[in-house]
Ligand binder design. Sequence first.
Ligand code: ATP
Length: 451
Amino acid sequence: MSGAPTMRAALLSIGDELTLGQNIDTNSPWIAAQLAERSIITVEQRTVADDRAAIATAVAELSLRADLLIITGGLGPTEDDLTREALGDVLTPGQALILDDEVLRQITALFRTRGRDMPQMNCKQAMRPCTMKAIRNFNGTAPGLIGRLGVCQIVSLPGPPREMQPMFIEQALPHLALPPVKDVVLAGSVHQLGMGESDAAQRLGVMMHRSRNPLVGITVSDAIVSARVRATGVYDRATRELEETLAEIEQRWQPYSFGRDITTLAQSTGALLRRAGRTLATAESCTGGWLGKLVVDVPGSSDYHRGGWVPYSNAMKSSQLKVPASFIERCGAVSEPVARAMAESALAQSGADDALAITGIAGPPRDDLPSEKPLGTVFIALARKRGGSAYTLVRHFIFPGDRLTVRDRAAKAALQMLRFALLDQPDDVPLLWEFVALDPNPPAIRSHART
Ligand code: ATP
């Protein structure tokens, strides 16, 4: 295996709109991905406000930690655009910015092609620290800047992505001293649902050592636990090792792992339905169609999805899905018998081979909830035709989180239950969030009492 990449980059995003949360920084992820393709690892990303001293401090600090510093934003003509001045403070302390006549000509000409005179304010965009060179902007007025502080190469680009991206590729990259692309950095991911993050990490064991190449890390987003893998090295070897690592993770996370990279749980479950030649119907109460939405998000889902019901009131559960009113009166709308009846009715009425039903309490918190049905209580039923017979599995969950989170997790857990069934997994594969009744007489206590 060839060594790790030698070039380290830092990214600095500038703007009050970013630090105040009014805009999301999309420049940094984009630039980091571009750099990774060129064997340059981004080691730090920082965001600072339109504050000259803060920008200067960030430039000084980051240039000590990286070989390449890419800055975006703050190159406009207004008083709050301070990147040029801050760069001058750090690169050429005590010296005034200089006017770049060539850049001034270009900006003046750009305004003329738009049929306008250049506002005086825009002269500012032709100023630069004397040790930096201007980079032309073919998509706006703000030129970029390129220079050096010690061993660190510095590139300053305009903030708007449609100006920044072409300038980075076409104007900045050709002027940078970049490492030869002998090493590549390849990335991939494996996703699973239903096993907690720490159990998932435990199953990976030494694969998660920080010195390993490929490097493996775990992230969680919307209940999906993902192993993110980064392989560094010459192309063929990195490709092979990435594939081996991804396959090993998939194997260690069986049967919870459902796909790689951009694959969704609904895609992977849909592919199994298609392969088995089976069809699906849904009956949703608390998820309000969310499960159907996830299924239909997948192009081509009409191959296997028959459709569904979204009966929210008890009356509609009875009129549309023939749930006996006595079940609802006796056990409540959020109960095992009601989930079962919804799934079995959806199966019978749709003619599908599999039917998923969801009924639950999604929140917000209320005082009148019975203690045995706390917030987040959800029953999910899977009714299936198998051979000449049918069977129904109902599982009882307590999902943590707010109304949206409970509903999202419930829809995903339903898909995972179906996926397990399509893979002929046992009905009792443990699922995170499943309600497990405490044994009133746990064996340890009984044996303790005897001795
Ligand atoms: P301008 O000449 O447009 O003022 P600029 O270099 O001064 O260019 P900013 O004023 O900092 O850039 O930002 C202009 C706009 O560009 C922002 O309002 C925002 O829409 C977008 N932008 C800036 N930085 C980012 C970023 N990091 N990610 C995504 N969009 C950004």
